[in-house]
Write a protein that binds this ligand. Structure first.
Ligand SMILES: [Zn+2]
Length: 289
């Protein structure tokens, strides 16, 4: 009976696969081959050597992010740790990595202005876009943000998300990735990785491509893990997914509040597997698979 059920399942899967157009089947199997590959080809390495990725360890400085010391997690420390693992894998394949920060010191207004002058970037245009995006939204102190731009917003010693996006634009890159750890209050059952992009940006389509690549790479490495994807015009992930002038994505690696996820997030072997999946997804996108 079990064999018969397996046969039925196989036939059903085969029939479903038969409904996928041949071009998509080919693309899908190329992507699967890429994810299963042990190494990059010389042609792939030549393309990757031309690419620059901006990595943003979520939170930092006076802003710890979520804190679950009982699970061994302080978000700002773990995001930096995971980002370094992702960066090292990308760099091994020749990709240039720029960090928005490494936990100590960030460019103040003077440094940002000097960089802007060098690159011919228009800070006024950026701030004007910010003000118009936030006008009429309750509870967002955009005026304060703009006044304090480049000073560690509102003097609280945090490299603000607006400043991170602006800094990314000054540096220039092929994509922007912000790394975070999720939390769901005291929900110890919360599990999964979540990917967010902004639907209200000129880079929406390319951000969707980046999200699809990361989703597939994470599913390839963690077949039974919940991988959430969301495209939103507003929300927590809004600033760093909307304002970078390049495809942009915010990644929540897992839940610090979740018992099972916290064990994974603090396990070096899991961290390595996670970082590799993310780096593979990023490279798959950069290579145009
Ligand atoms: Zn966060």
């Amino acid at each position: 009976m079990k064999g018969f059920l397996t046969l039925l399942l196989c036939l059903a899967l085969l029939a479903m696969w038969g409904c996928v157009p041949p071009a998509e089947q080919e693309e899908e199997s190329r992507r699967q081959d890429f994810l299963a590959a042990e190494s990059r080809t010389p042609e792939e390495l030549a393309i990757l050597a031309e690419k620059t990725v901006i990595l943003d360890p979520g939170h930092g400085f006076e802003d710890p992010g979520c804190e679950y010391p009982n699970n061994g997690i302080i978000e700002k420390e773990l995001t930096l740790h995971l980002t370094e693992k992702i960066a090292s894998l990308l760099e091994q394949h020749g990709v240039s990595v720029i960090y928005t920060h490494m936990g100590e010191g960030f460019p103040g207004r003077e440094a940002l202005d000097a960089l802007a002058a060098e690159k011919g970037y228009d800070l006024d245009a950026y701030l004007t876009a910010l003000i118009s995006a936030f006008s009429g939204r309750e509870g967002d102190a955009v005026g304060e943000t703009v006044t304090a731009f480049g000073t560690g917003v509102n003097g609280d010693g945090v490299f603000d998300t607006f400043e991170r996006a602006y800094y990314a634009n000054l540096q220039g890159g092929d994509l922007f990735l912000s790394v975070h750890i999720n939390a769901s209050g005291t929900n110890s059952y919360a599990v999964g990785s979540d990917l967010f992009i902004c639907s209200d940006t000129p880079h929406r389509e390319s951000s969707e491509g980046l999200m699809a690549s990361l989703e597939q790479a994470l599913k390839h490495t963690f077949p039974s893990r919940r991988i959430g994807v969301r495209s939103d015009s507003w929300g927590d992930a809004f600033v760093v997914t909307k304002y970078p002038d390049m495809p942009s994505l915010l990644l929540e690696a897992g839940f610090a509040s979740g018992e099972e996820d916290a064990k994974k997030l603090t396990d070096p072997a899991w961290q390595d597997a996670f970082a590799k999946a993310v780096a593979d997804g990023v490279e798959m996108y950069l290579l145009g698979f």
